[in-house]
Design a protein around this ligand. Structure first.
Ligand code: UDP
Length: 239
């Protein structure tokens, strides 16, 4: 296997869709439990883990907009969906005896703490898993951008983007059998060829802050740990 850098602190981005598992909607608890197990393995290796979860399994703002509604309201609904997912992951971590804390970009003190960079890094220094909820807290953004932003804020060594496939391809491998899989690619190449692994804002932010993006399959049990150990199947996006 490739020699990967040793990661001390990483941010894991999982989409809401991943949490859905085989279901058509909502949260498959067994998937949340499995992601928690991956996080547990990383922690047992001494890696500090923060998480950003999407909300697409419950709600996306564009759905409201395309039905003639207000985009900003739709995005608020989407951000609330990420809070629901974050609470589900916290529950799965708790069941495994892992201390975690949900920090929301939108204040909802009865439910979870509010995000601040200082509090987030303090919790990480204490060895807690920090789950960033509410995306960036702003409409017209995505949780991919939130992941790149939070990764920069906490000084993460890498942004792990868990996807439905095992890396970055030249085309959608589920539609095009000739699609080529990359082992390594630069942020600039991803942007230039418009390879849809994360939105442009997220990739640009990661690039500006020298954060490598590791694209891997979230459905591969133990895949996260294997990559952290220097093996596994993934594409490394770095300059
Ligand atoms: N969202 C937002 N601002 C953010 C993050 C998310 O408005 O900073 C809203 C947006 O409507 C988005 C929804 O929350 O569609 C769910 O997030 P996302 O689509 O990124 O989830 P994923 O595709 O990862 O499941």
């Amino acid at each position: 296997p490739d020699q990967h850098p040793v990661f001390r602190r990483v941010l894991l981005k999982a989409s809401g869709e991943a949490l859905m598992g085989e279901q058509k909607f909502g949260i498959d608890v067994s998937v949340a439990d499995r992601i928690a197990a991956d996080i547990s393995e990383a922690r047992s290796m001494g890696v500090e883990v923060a998480v950003v979860i999407g909300g697409g399994n419950i709600f996306r703002g564009v759905a409201v907009a395309s039905a003639g509604g207000d985009r900003v309201t739709g995005d608020h609904m989407g951000m609330l969906a990420t809070v629901i997912n974050s609470l589900a992951l916290r529950t799965s971590l708790m069941k495994m005896g892992i201390e975690s804390v949900v920090l929301s970009a939108i204040a909802m003190p009865e439910i979870c703490e509010s995000f601040s960079q200082r509090q987030a890094t303090a919790y990480m220094d204490q060895g807690k898993v920090v789950i960033f909820a509410g995306g960036t807290g702003n409409p017209f953004f995505t949780t991919d951008s939130a992941a790149a932003l939070r990764a920069a804020e906490i000084g993460a060594d890498a942004l792990f983007k868990g996807t439905q496939v095992d890396g970055v391809y030249s085309a959608d491998p589920k539609k095009d059998p000739t699609a080529k899989r990359y082992e390594r690619i630069t942020h600039a190449e991803v942007l230039q060829h418009d390879l849809a692994i994360m939105d442009t804002a997220a990739i640009a932010l990661a690039r500006e802050n020298d954060i490598p993006i590791i694209v891997y399959s979230i459905h591969e049990q133990g895949g996260f740990g294997e990559i952290l150990r220097g093996g596994g199947r993934c594409t490394i996006v770095s300059d």
